[in-house]
Write a protein that binds this ligand. Structure first.
Ligand code: GLN
Length: 279
């Protein structure tokens, strides 16, 4: 029998490579105990039963070996929605909330638009938009059937019915004349040789969801090309990208025939999102 505060301190000492050791320890212990993080603070001196302690120590060892906390708990919050995640989906990032914010800024509150999310992964973006715009219909696509299963389970758990899931390689599953008022995507955009793929949590995430060729723009070029056949005139395309890809994105948009291209920064002041519309 060990006290909650002692267990946390022991775990924190092992999380030398984590940028958030206390948070990691608290999230893992609350998961093992099926209690909230505020419970851990309120009952810091309470003792944990042997079985829970053993389960927690197993999670601590895996975290100390580098596995992402979200893979160990199987969940991550995005846009205040509790989402199930797996190794087949990207772990939703706070940066991606910028894409949701900007999508909502362009969708009138009472709109009944058709909106597509390309490469939906856990469904984070599609579910956030679906929850905020109940009259819109979202088509959430992914090439990975394993990711689609996770996204579908999330929609079911959240009781969101205005989403359709489709197995699709970008726009390949759309009918010829099928058009959307908005298409959004957080595609893979990391360069194949980027050393940050060998560091931290991304080592354990889906390469399919992260890497896009030598310059990181392979997926984005395909999306820009295909999406213009599936947007209404005046329809919006919003793409998340890397901090150093903004200018390139605006050039690609213009070359592909889109208008009003602009780039926006995330809360860390990095270029993170570019958008444009079809004339
Ligand atoms: N922003 C993510 C990262 O840097 C990458 C997400 C993506 O490729 N879509 O880890």
């Amino acid at each position: 029998m060990t006290r909650i505060d002692t267990l946390l301190e022991e775990a924190i000492r092992q999380f030398t490579d984590s940028g958030s050791p206390r948070l990691d320890a608290e999230v893992l212990l609350s998961h093992a105990l099926h209690k909230s993080r505020s419970y851990l603070r309120a009952y810091a001196e309470a003792e944990v039963d042997a079985e829970t302690e053993q389960a927690f120590n197993l999670l601590v060892a895996r975290r100390a070996a580098g596995e992402p906390v979200a893979h160990l708990t199987g969940e991550r919050e995005f846009w205040s929605l509790p989402l199930q995640v797996s190794a087949d989906t990207l772990i939703p990032r706070p940066d991606t909330e910028l894409l949701v914010e900007q999508a909502l800024a362009h969708i009138p509150a009472d709109a009944n638009w058709q909106i597509a999310d390309l490469g939906t992964g856990s469904g984070a973006i599609a579910l956030a938009i679906a929850s905020e715009r109940p009259r819109c219909r979202i088509v959430a696509c992914d090439l990975s059937t394993a990711a689609l299963a996770v996204a579908q389970a999330n929609a079911h758990k959240l009781g969101l019915n205005n989403i359709e899931f489709r197995h699709s390689d970008w726009c390949s599953a759309f009918d010829e004349g099928e058009k959307f008022e908005m298409i959004v995507s957080n595609p893979p955009y990391i360069r194949a040789a980027d050393p940050h793929l060998e560091q931290g949590d991304v080592r354990f995430e889906s390469r399919l969801a992260l890497v896009a060729g030598e310059d990181g723009l392979d997926a984005i070029r395909l999306i820009l090309d295909q999406a213009k056949h599936h947007l209404v005139s005046g329809g919006w395309l919003l793409i998340e990208h890397g901090y150093d890809q903004g200018q390139h994105l605006r050039e690609l948009f213009t070359t592909a025939g889109y208008a009003e291209a602009k780039t926006l920064q995330d809360s860390g002041q990095n270029d993170r999102l570019s958008l444009a519309r079809l004339p």
